[in-house]
Design a protein around this ligand. Structure first.
Ligand code: TPP
Ligand code: MG
Length: 544
């Protein structure tokens, strides 16, 4: 058999369902071998789209998403999505074709040293130099990508190796690395600290979702009566409707939830990655007693000096600590929840136009069921979604907050619909981020993944305007013109709607969700609320 055929067998052995990618000259043998495989190839319109699809598929399923490109420019186009997956801890295996090993030592058409190019944005980057090592490289890439903390692995596959004959052999058996239970002594120590805490609070990060420890988190909070704030990427780890939920933390300004951290003496960080929300933001004086509950040791940071920690299975740790801790009767943080819930609903009935961000988020929540999935792009809209979207279940509000790359929402929605065909999917995006990967609407229509794209239209790089106004009081080079998004959608064969008055938003969302095709909703947004929020936050008084 050819090495390319063995390679595809190895992917089947890893239970790969989809490969997202763009075919090229240097991956001809893989593309041909895929014709005889049950793996579904999703042909995308840009390699960045393919990488974002693999990224979101990996994040939603815990199984590595797979993307594929050709060498040189195809591979460099993968980079943003690969870096995003790696920093957001999404398991991904990225594969690129490569020129023959007989021309790699010299200046040669489209050849780049891809293994080194991908090294800083992956956990493992390797070239298949011999047909014989296909099985080991593929197994290693999947194992490393899927092991805590997950991330991206890169495989460079030269064309002459792909077409070379290889002795028929079996792929290596799939074994997942086992996460051990944390040591008893550390559990005892954590329980001791929490028992004597005056005002503990929990910061839940994406590790809780990755390790399927959400139920354990909720029981832990309930048994010990400790309120929980989630990071952007942990939205839904604790249902927002739960009386112990304080919603989401992560804005760089002091929001209501920040008061919980100002007041707390002990912060219990569970599955928390500081790439999302720097400790400087919530522990400026470095005086919090920090308990670190995660699979791996904490990153070094001046403001994250750990009092104790448990390494290993998060669910086991939470159950063990809850069992040994003396619960408090009432948290002093309780009144904070009331203020947070009130703030969420403050503009629920606002009918002004353009639509206020708070109202868009509110109406979107009303239009969707708890298990439906929204994927936010990156911009001011992401801040509002993170702050105000009430997620009830894990992995129902996907936000990129490690690398935070614009352009993820539309391709991400394709992957979400493929991973969960039974749920509704909405891509929430700015007008700028939308046009970065809007070509994947064609992919979505061709492969049959209906979803709604909700564009917050401000004809600006809104988040950057917000930062500029805050820092310098005047905007610099942030305005642009948009195409007619309705006609643009229609030109793809998708459906387009424009929201002309705020009352129309909910009915339009409902109609679009029922359309069973790709739909675009052009929704004008009133971003004067951004600076109003900044001013409101600067005057905020603690309700506790
Ligand atoms: C690929 C990429 N380029 C640039 C940025 C920096 N950036 C973050 S948000 C933003 C503006 C986003 O504009 P838009 O998509 O219209 O969303 P809005 O802020 O208006 O809601 C920019 C330029 C980024 N995060 N990712
Ligand atoms: Mg915008």
């Amino acid at each position: 058999m050819k090495a390319a055929e063995l390679f595809v067998k190895c992917l089947e052995n890893e239970a790969v369902e989809f490969i997202f990618g763009v075919p090229g000259e240097e991956n001809l043998d893989i593309m041909d071998a895929l014709l005889d495989s049950p793996i579904r190839f999703i042909t995308t319109r840009h390699e960045q789209g393919a990488a974002f699809m693999a990224d979101v598929y990996g994040r939603l399923t815990g199984k590595a998403g797979v993307c594929l490109s050709t060498l040189g420019p195809g591979a460099t186009n993968l980079i943003t999505g690969v870096a995003d997956a790696n920093m957001d801890r999404a398991p991904v295996v990225a594969i690129a074709g490569q020129g023959a090993t007989t021309r790699m030592h010299k200046e040669s058409h489209q050849i780049l040293d891809l293994v080194n190019l991908f090294r800083p944005i992956t956990k493992y980057s390797a070239q298949i130099r011999e047909p014989d090592i296909v099985t080991e490289i593929v197994r290693k890439a999947f194992k490393v990508a899927q092991t805590e903390k997950p991330g991206c692995c890169f495989i460079d596959f030269p064309e002459n190796i792909a077409e070379a004959k290889v002795e028929e052999k079996r792929p290596i058996e799939v074994q997942s690395a086992y996460t051990s239970a944390p040591p008893e002594a550390k559990i005892e120590e954590a329980a001791r600290i929490i028992s004597s805490a005056r005002c503990p609070v929990i910061m839940a990060g994406n590790g809780v979702i990755r390790q399927h420890a959400c139920d354990s988190l909720v029981s832990f909070a309930e048994v010990l009566r400790i309120p929980v704030a989630t990071t952007f990427m942990a939205k839904g780890a604790m249902p927002f409707s739960h009386e112990l939920s304080l919603g989401t933390i992560g804005l760089k300004s002091r929001d209501l939830v920040s008061f919980a951290f100002e007041r707390a003496d002990v912060v219990i960080c569970v599955g928390y990655d500081m790439v999302e929300y720097h400790p400087e933001q919530w522990n400026p004086n470095g005086d919090k007693i920090i308990i670190h509950i995660d699979a791996l040791p904490a990153e070094v940071d001046e403001r994250y000096i750990v009092a104790t920690g448990t390494l290993g299975d998060i669910g086991e740790a939470l159950r063990g600590i809850a069992f040994r801790t003396r619960p408090k009767h009432n948290s002093p943080l309780k009144p904070l929840r009331r203020a947070i819930v009130e703030e969420m609903a403050r503009l629920a009935d606002d009918q002004s136009f353009p639509v206020k961000p708070q109202k868009i988020v509110w109406d979107l929540r009303q239009a969707l069921a708890p298990e439906d999935i929204v994927i936010s792009d990156v911009g001011a809209h992401k801040m509002w979604m993170a702050r105000m979207y009430q997620a009830e279940r894990p992995n129902t509000c996907i936000i990129s907050n490690g690398f935070a790359a614009m352009g993820i929402a539309v391709p991400g929605a394709v992957a979400a619909k493929l991973a969960h065909p039974d749920r509704k999917v909405v891509a929430v995006t700015g007008d700028a981020g939308f046009l970065m990967n809007s070509q994947e609407m064609e992919t979505a229509l061709r492969v049959g993944t209906p979803f709604v794209i909700l564009i917050w239209n401000d004809s600006e790089y809104g988040l950057i305007t917000w930062h500029q106004l805050r820092q310098f009081g005047r905007p610099s080079h942030i305005a642009f013109d948009n195409p007619d998004f309705v006609k643009y959608a229609e030109s793809f064969g998708a459906k387009g709607y424009r929201v002309d008055k705020t009352q129309d938003l909910i009915p339009t969302l409902k109609r679009a969700l029922a359309d069973d095709t790709v739909t675009v909703i052009d929704c004008p947004v009133d971003y004067s609320e951004n600076m109003k929020l900044t001013q409101w936050m600067s005057k905020l008084k603690s309700p506790i």
